[in-house]
Design a protein around this ligand. Structure first.
Ligand code: ATP
Ligand code: MG
Ligand code: MG
Length: 359
């Protein structure tokens, strides 16, 4: 396959090595080491991204804007093939190639709050630089990705059509979701509120979508497939969901589900350092809500899939999605318990957000 792809970029496959690279879950990713420089080659997952050209057009618009806005900003976007195209539609699938960011390191888990600070700063910087970009010109690469009211409707449908045995077993968790429907209502308030605008949002803030340097400083964000118009709560909430707890959504020992408050503070400081001047006062009031929004949505999605016999996520073992839903509900409970405490430091953090090193 590579002997057909590499020449399209003017690379000679004889003096180029290609190795599977990284821990991405969606696309196929290889590192291409050529004589002059290295690249990341990707085959786009068209089960998830039905129209890869929508991503490609978005990246081209963002690149043009960012190059003018801040020529120093490292925006990792696909290089052009000899044909002039930055996305290649080949018999083996859709391919694209970006320059490899030399000296970069990817983390799969966070062990230090500085890592949360650096990542949040990079995601904030990205949306901040694009604050004047007209988000409505972007293509929607995954429709309704973070539409919580739709996800809740789908959850109700899943309950109505559920595998009866699974529904009975999951009753306590289904009840919990329904008892916390106010989280959906708040989302609807946000959608209706002009003070909370649609912005350019990354929508996949997991830690290995930020590149770090050898000194643990953030270099840039990568993995721009889900960059779409959205609300800032999507990125902030996804960071909270995936950075605050040392254990992942796969953990089944619920005693390990706890929240690292200092990581919350680090997310706030890193993000606000870039976004405090951009977000409206109304948006800032939803900062803490962001965590509830995303954790609740993920719990709903895992539980709905379990009730429908794992048709979307699949299951590596019986009850896999049920365990993931239980994990996310436990995380949400911890988050809700901490919410009062979050509010107090949040107000004091507001005065301090331009002192990022006081972590
Ligand atoms: P996900 O599961 O997060 O959706 P993905 O399948 O979309 O991931 P990417 O995140 O784009 O794939 O890339 C996978 C990994 O490859 C990254 O986590 C990172 O380690 C590495 N990587 C991607 N692009 C670059 C780059 N330009 N320079 C260096 N490393 C990169
Ligand atoms: Mg990725
Ligand atoms: Mg991705």
């Amino acid at each position: 396959m590579f002997e057909n792809i590499l020449p399209l970029y003017g690379l000679n496959s004889d003096d180029t090595t290609v190795n599977l690279f990284g821990d991405g879950l969606i696309n196929h990713t290889w590192k291409v080491t050529a004589a002059e420089q290295s690249y990341i080659l990707q085959k786009v997952n068209t089960d998830v991204f039905k129209e890869p050209s929508n991503i490609d057009k978005n990246l081209s618009l963002l690149k043009d804007f960012l190059n003018k806005k801040d020529p120093e900003y490292l925006f990792v976007s696909p290089v052009k093939a000899l044909s002039g195209e930055s996305l290649l539609d080949t018999p083996s699938g859709y391919f694209r190639m970006t320059p490899f960011v030399e000296g970069s390191i990817s983390l799969n888990a966070l062990t230090k709050r500085e890592e949360a600070y650096e990542a949040a700063k990079q995601f904030g910087k990205f949306s901040g630089l694009l604050a004047d970009f007209d988000a409505s010109t972007l293509n929607i690469t995954i429709p309704d990705f973070h539409n919580l009211s739709l996800r809740y409707e789908q959850f109700k449908t899943a309950c109505a059509n559920a595998n009866p045995e699974r529904l009975e077993q999951a009753k306590e968790y289904v009840d919990f979701i329904n008892e916390h429907k106010s989280i959906v209502n708040t989302y609807l308030d946000i959608v209706a509120n002009d003070e909370v605008p649609l912005r350019v949002i990354h929508h996949d803030t997991k830690i290995n979508n930020v590149l770090f340097d050898a000194n643990n400083k953030g270099i840039c964000v990568i993995d721009l497939d889900t960059v779409m118009p959205g609300y800032f709560i999507s990125d902030v909430g996804d960071m909270m969901r995936t950075y605050l707890c040392a254990a992942s959504e796969e953990e089944t020992d619920l005693t390990k589900i706890s929240i690292r408050k200092d990581f919350f503070k680090a997310i706030y400081e890193g993000y606000m350092e870039e976004m405090a001047a951009v977000l409206s006062e109304t948006e800032k009031q939803y900062f803490t809500y962001a965590g509830k929004f995303i954790i609740y949505m993920q719990a709903i999605r895992f539980l709905a899939d379990h009730l429908q016999n794992d048709i979307y996520y699949g299951a590596k073992y019986e009850g896999h999605n049920f365990n993931r839903a239980i994990n996310q509900i436990a995380l949400l409970k911890e988050y809700l318990k901490m919410e009062e405490e979050f509010t107090t430091p949040l107000s004091s953090m507001k005065e301090q957000h331009n002192q990022p090193h006081a972590l």
